[in-house]
Design a protein around this ligand. Structure first.
Ligand code: UDX
Length: 458
């Protein structure tokens, strides 16, 4: 099938590359010439395991093309995926300007019937706005009856596992309407996704608004679990319970399940923070306050300070003259994505209290340097207190303590003797509960996890 993907960001690139892998003929369109140049020279602009190979293989096979040519790209695809960014507006609602610009481009250049797929995470009701934008452009061209149908097909890709998630989805959600065009779109989407449904049907067909809502509901539910566990972990620290034991104890109930119950130093990334806010904002537009989600967001904002608070409780409010190692900068492992990463809050807090930090991340160093510059735009001199180490061990040298923010595999089994020897004080603040508190105590390391203080009390 001939496919056009508008937007070669994270979602668009994975979708385009994976659909080409299935044998489709894919055109990826982006306004950013430098991104298209990177892609056309065999590189990829993001870090995502396995993606570079899929892109290279399909480019070589002539099934995957990258271009800035709007007219040619729109003319190409029978199915047009809109996969552009929906950054939060000042008030937290999703900014639809790029989605609607893509829609207008489709209306401006389309020829023949087009299935238009909203792949970006967009608020309930956006498909109607996309339809209206396309129709408006068509009428400017005097093409009142040109046929198209907008469907919603939200993505459920996890960064760091996106290729795998796309190729082996646990579910595919597609919302379409029941007009003749909507049914034609249904037939085409069914054909496109047929390879995933061979053994059993994984597609949930529904109306457009329910599909749009499903994406937000899923992310809001997952974010809620995390904030709830974080709140319980903070209480566990006080009452003297071990949150890891509690996690096992509740996760074994199949109604609760084990996934997404890990307490830590807060969730980040491009989806949870933004989608939680956007859903709250949508509800407010209908005079409804989503009280639980408001709390989920508030708890998460506070949780990003949990490591900073533990450092202050141990070393005092004034950290001048202190030096800390920070392991892990990306919002989660296997990505270089720094959006809403907890590391930014911790580094800001340490440095603004007078400390210096040596940071290390296996892949996010360049991106971290870029975003930290923005974070310290109000006081650029503070950035001089941040140094970028070449290895985890180098970051530890002469540090008063180590703080772990991202659970990269490379941090899971360090040489604790070397670690102790490198640090000035053998103190670890672990924002992801990587180590066993008793083992740490036995090795002579002062260990501060999240919700596990019972195991390190004397
Ligand atoms: C998420 C959804 O999982 C995905 O389905 C959706 O399409 C996009 O948003 P992603 O943002 O890539 O994916 O990361 P995810 O693995 O879900 O983790 C999000 C954040 O939650 C990370 O900061 C992670 O550290 C944190 N997290 C996750 C926890 O703190 N505890 C957990 O138990 C799980």
């Amino acid at each position: 099938m001939k496919i056009t993907i508008i937007g070669t960001g994270y979602v668009g690139l994975v979708t385009g590359a994976c659909l080409a892998e299935l044998g489709n003929d894919v055109f990826c369109l982006d306004v950013d010439q430098s991104k298209v140049d990177i892609l056309n020279s065999g590189g990829i602009p993001i870090h995502e395991p396995g993606l570079e190979d899929v892109v290279a293989r399909n480019r070589a096979a002539g099934r995957l093309h990258f271009s800035t040519d709007v007219a040619a790209s729109v003319a190409h695809g029978e199915v047009q995926f809109i996969a552009v960014g929906t950054p939060p507006d000042e008030d937290g609602s999703a900014d639809l300007q790029y989605v609607l610009a893509a829609a207008r481009n489709i209306g401006r250049y389309m020829t023949g019937f087009k299935v238009v797929v909203d792949k970006s995470t967009v608020p309930v009701g956006t498909a109607d706005k996309v339809s209206a934008a396309i129709a408006e452009e068509l009428s400017k061209r005097g093409l009142k009856d040109a046929a198209f149908s907008v469907v919603s097909n939200p993505e459920f890709l996890k960064e760091g596992a996106a290729v795998e998630d796309f190729m082996r989805p646990d579910r595919i959600v597609i919302g379409h309407d029941r007009t003749p065009e909507g049914l034609q779109a249904y037939a085409q989407m069914k054909k496109l996704y047929a390879p995933f449904n061979r053994n059993h049907e994984r597609t949930f067909w529904m109306d457009v608004r329910s599909a749009e809502f499903t994406k937000y509901a899923a992310n809001a539910m997952l974010a809620t679990r995390i904030s709830f566990m974080n709140e319980l972990a903070n209480l566990a620290d006080k009452v003297g319970a071990d949150i890891e034991a509690v996690r096992h104890g509740i996760g074994s109930d199949p109604r609760i399940g084990h996934s997404f119950l890990y307490a830590g130093c807060g969730y980040g990334g491009s989806c949870f923070p933004k989608d939680v806010q956007a859903l709250e904002r949508t509800a407010r537009g209908y005079d409804q306050e989503l009280l639980i989600l408001r709390a989920v967001e508030e708890v998460n904002n506070q949780q990003k300070h949990v490591l900073g608070k533990k450092v202050v409780a141990r070393f005092g409010e004034d950290l001048s003259g202190k030096h800390f190692a920070v392991w892990g900068l990306a919002f989660k492992p296997n990505t270089d994505d720094m959006r809403e990463a907890s590391s930014r809050v911790l580094i800001g807090e340490l440095v603004r209290r007078g400390a210096s930090v040596a940071v290390y991340d296996p892949v996010a160093m360049t991106e971290a340097a870029r975003v930290l510059k923005l974070d310290f735009a109000d006081a650029p001199v503070l950035l001089d207190r941040v140094s970028f180490a070449e290895s985890p061990m180098q970051a530890l040298e002469q540090a008063d303590a180590l703080a772990i923010v991202t659970e990269w595999k490379a941090f899971r089994s360090p040489d604790f003797d070397r670690l102790k020897a490198a640090l000035k004080n053998p103190v670890i603040f672990d924002g992801r509960n990587l180590f066993e508190p008793q083992v740490m105590a036995a090795s002579g390391i002062e260990y501060h996890g999240i919700g596990r203080s019972i195991l390190t009390r004397g």
